[in-house]
Design a protein. Structure first.
Lengths: 458, 50
């Protein structure tokens, strides 16, 4: 399968099953598009007709082009067959250890964001803080179930994790002890709204957290419209100075400024540029996940605007990069030479199998987005996974699990998509959240174009 | 090639043999938390094939 598209002056051909990327001239673009389903003479006559009068499009030239296409075919870089489909389940389940936990250390929050999928931090349940005992047991559970895997990930999540900060610090200290006795490497991350940031948090996080994810939606009026305090005031002026202080002290360690865009700001690139202009360089901006009838839900009419926005973003990033003031965007970070192997591309995020969320009470869920949905309660950190039926559903989730993905060129970039998004959109984790797919494909087209541009222009 | 330039990429077919160590980051643990994408994950195995 190939995917051909034109963007930013480039004619791009993706070969889906080999992962190859080709940038071609317009003649080759047309030829490659026709070559698979037409005989050579037909392709040749169509090219000669379309490019009649062009000195560089002769029979001889086209024959040479056909030779190049055949050479790429032989090398497995063009029209490569799908050799993975029959092995998809086995590829995903080659390793079934747990390697990542999302610790819900606080089911409560000091902001009252309207669009919060976690229902203002409570996940449709009671307010609660995780105890140190539960936190330690969660790390023990992870180590016990991680097999030979050395790198283990633990994200402190909520609600707002800084509302249980002393416990977070103690869990990290406990993790460092476990590393020595069990030959593991914990990568801790922290996702915070920033309200409670202070020097103690900043210094500890900069020492111990592999990555921090800081929630900011962009421009003040956009951010404050939905990210309000419990008293209904905007939070922008409280958090932005703290985030700047945090990042100034963070040095080279990883972080993301992460925003959510909604129907209220379909011109979301202005929010990304605002973050960049504030001095932040590691940026992420996600489409809102909500019910279709929520007032800020993205609409079908928004789609063409969003597509254009993603293109604007890619072009502006290339421009700023050339000017020496570049920034990164999470969804455009793609490493063509050292990206994920086929196992990862088929398996996806690992929710419910190698990745799970832990509630303040020690219950296990397939991921943070399923927390509170009893149907998907998997078990707990003392007894392990008991709901094998639900887990089996997640084991079957892979890039080949959905009929709708059969002809999609992007399936080895998205692995079939987010199970939670599918569930919320269709009622099934193996459904397809088509709106998200459309945005995802656009982002991938932009990301790959940017890699081509960098390869061409150094 | 005159009309086709191939960008250097990882050979996915070869990665059937060399991949699968599982040491890479769980995608949702980084910045997204609301959508799945694996393309932007880095391989942890520095000897993976080109």
């Amino acid at each position: 399968m190939i995917h051909c598209y034109k963007l930013n002056g480039y004619n791009i051909v993706l070969d889906v099953f080999s992962g190859s990327v080709h940038v071609v001239d317009e003649v080759a673009y047309d030829a490659i598009g026709m070559y698979e389903n037409n005989d050579k003479e037909t392709v040749k006559s169509r090219l000669l007709e379309k490019y009649s009068g062009r000195a560089d499009v002769t029979e001889k030239e086209i024959d040479e082009l056909f030779e190049d296409i055949e050479e790429l075919k032989e090398k497995g870089k063009l029209y490569a067959p799908d050799v993975y489909e029959g092995k998809a389940f086995d590829l995903k389940n080659r390793n079934t250890v747990i390697k990542a936990l999302c610790l819900h250390v606080a089911h409560t929050c000091n902001l009252n964001c309207e669009y919060c999928f976690a229902s203002q931090g409570k996940y449709h349940g009671d307010r609660a803080l995780m105890t140190l005992e539960v936190g330690k047991r969660a790390l023990d559970f992870l180590v016990e179930n991680s097999g030979k895997r050395k790198n283990l990930e633990v994200d402190f999540f909520g609600g707002e994790p800084l509302m249980n900060w002393e416990v977070v610090k103690e869990i990290v200290r406990y993790g460092r002890e476990l590393e020595k006795t069990h030959n593991k490497n914990f990568r801790f991350t922290l996702t915070t709204n920033g309200v409670l940031l202070n020097d103690d948090v900043i210094d500890f996080a900069n020492r111990e957290m592999h990555n921090v994810v800081l929630s900011l939606d962009g421009r003040r009026e956009i951010h404050d419209r939905l990210r309000k305090t419990v008293n209904g005031k905007g939070s922008y002026d409280t958090i932005v100075p703290k985030f700047r202080h945090f990042i100034e002290k963070r040095g080279d360690r990883g972080y993301y400024m992460r925003g959510t865009f909604t129907h209220n700001n379909v011109d979301f690139t202005n929010d990304i540029f605002h973050m960049a202009d504030l001095g932040f360089t590691e940026l992420s901006m996600e489409p809102v996940v909500c019910k279709p009838d929520d007032p800020y839900a993205l609409t079908e009419e928004d789609l063409p605007i969003l597509f254009e926005q993603y293109e604007i973003l890619a072009k502006e990033m290339l421009k700023r990069d050339r000017e020496g003031r570049g920034f990164t965007f999470y969804h455009y970070m793609i490493d063509l030479t050292h990206g994920p192997c086929i196992y990862k591309r088929i398996s996806g995020c690992g929710s419910g199998t190698e990745y799970m969320a832990v509630t303040p009470w020690g219950e296990l869920y397939p991921c943070h987005q399923f927390v509170g949905d009893e149907k998907y309660s998997l078990g707990n950190i003392w007894d392990g996974v008991k709901n094998k039926e639900a887990q089996q559903e997640f084991k079957l989730c892979n890039a080949y699990a959905r009929e709708e993905c059969r002809d999609c060129w992007a399936k080895l970039y998205c692995s079939g998509g987010c199970a939670a998004n599918s569930y919320h959109a269709t009622g099934s984790i193996t459904g397809v959240y088509e709106y998200g797919c459309k945005l995802f494909r656009k982002r991938m087209e932009c990301a790959i174009m940017m890699q081509i541009d960098k390869a061409q222009n150094g | 090639m005159k009309r086709i330039q191939t960008i250097e990429t990882r050979d996915l077919k070869k990665s059937v043999q060399t991949g699968g160590c599982g040491e890479c980051q769980t995608s949702c643990q980084s910045a997204c938390k609301t959508s799945c994408g694996v393309a932007n994950q880095q391989c942890e195995n520095s000897s993976s094939e080109k």
